[in-house]
Design a protein around this ligand. Structure first.
Ligand SMILES: Nc1ncnc2c1ncn2[C@@H]1O[C@H](COP(=O)(O)OP(=O)(O)OP(=O)(O)O)[C@@H](O)[C@H]1O
Length: 289
């Protein structure tokens, strides 16, 4: 593997011993209800993420986000009124064997019945895109997850992106790519007919997930990447720090960034793209003349 060392990966250390499973499950509905469960339910309702008859592939990387997502889906099935099915899919992109074992142990302990499958992603990303493997890796990873979801007859693929991922993406696009584009809570796949991506942690703050996982005593997968080891040139970490520092001078800056994607005034933008077609504010003048 190439030598792309870097920092930025946050190691999450549990507060204490691993709690009994029943206690962990209860903490989602009680102690962390306001900041995790309620927000999960709100996103599901607001964006109609779970519907009658759905078969949902819940993608489990073994990190903190997807572990919490899996437990919340199980709770929803237990307590909710909607009829739906769940599959838990975990892809091994070429983890170190100890990391793979940690993923298996955690899922066994948490009673998340994962279907673990192999994909040679780290090696290929390192080989064909050794300078910037992250983009390639993310694309291939998504493809492998879609494939598995389709093979299992699922119509939805749930990913563990949370509120902070959403605003970081918005800022990343604005500051680095010069466009305004956020991460959506639900979207249709362009390549896999009939499969939707859903992001039920859309409203949940990362700090709440960290608190929950630390309290549970679980060691989640942290730096499982074998290629770029979270990563030189990964602007996402710089954006994360930037948003944090903006918070010193701008009140509730995170909420403002989030809300900006809910309040785009199309009458006040120069250009936009829709369904692959470019539009300009000038079109309107030409049309009127
Ligand atoms: N190897 C994998 N197997 C299954 N699902 C995955 C895998 N890698 C990523 N995912 C899915 O994609 C989501 C986003 O991936 P990303 O690597 O950005 O995760 P993350 O922010 O570190 O979250 P997590 O804490 O769940 O790992 C994950 O939450 C998970 O749902």
């Amino acid at each position: 593997m190439s030598e792309l060392a870097g920092n930025g990966c946050q190691i999450i250390v549990p507060f204490d011993e691993r709690k009994p499973l029943k206690e962990i499950e209860k903490s989602i509905l009680k102690k962390y209800r306001k900041y995790t469960w309620s927000k999960f339910i709100k996103a599901i309702k607001d964006y109609k993420l779970v519907e009658e008859g759905d078969k949902i592939a819940v993608a489990i990387s073994g990190g903190k986000d997807s572990l919490l997502m899996a437990k919340m889906f199980q709770e929803l099935k237990r307590h909710g009124q909607v009829n739906f099915e769940l599959e838990f899919i975990a892809m091994d992109p070429g983890y170190h064997k100890d990391i793979r074992q940690l993923l298996i142990d955690n899922c066994e302990y948490l009673e998340i019945p994962i279907k673990l499958f192999d994909a040679n992603i780290f090696e290929v990303a390192d080989e064909i895109a050794s300078d910037y493997p992250c983009y390639m890796c993310a694309r291939m990873r998504r493809g492998a997850l879609y494939n598995k979801a389709e093979e299992l007859g699922c119509n939805k693929l749930a990913l563990g992106h949370h509120f902070d991922d959403v605003i970081e993406t918005t800022m990343l696009n604005l500051l680095c790519a010069g466009n305004f584009k956020t991460m959506l809570p639900k979207l249709n796949s362009t390549n896999f007919d009939g499969i939707q991506i859903i992001r039920p942690l859309y409203y949940i703050r990362e700090e709440s997930i960290i608190k929950f996982i630390q309290n549970s005593g679980i060691w989640p997968l942290n730096c499982a990447c074998m290629v770029a080891a979270k990563k030189t040139g990964n602007k996402r970490y710089e954006i994360k720090d930037l948003i944090k520092s903006l918070g010193d001078n701008f009140q509730e800056v995170e909420k403002s960034i989030f809300r900006s994607a809910q309040n785009v005034y199309l009458d006040s933008v120069l250009g936009w793209e829709q369904d692959g077609e470019r539009h300009s504010f000038l079109d309107k003048f030409e049309y009127e003349e």
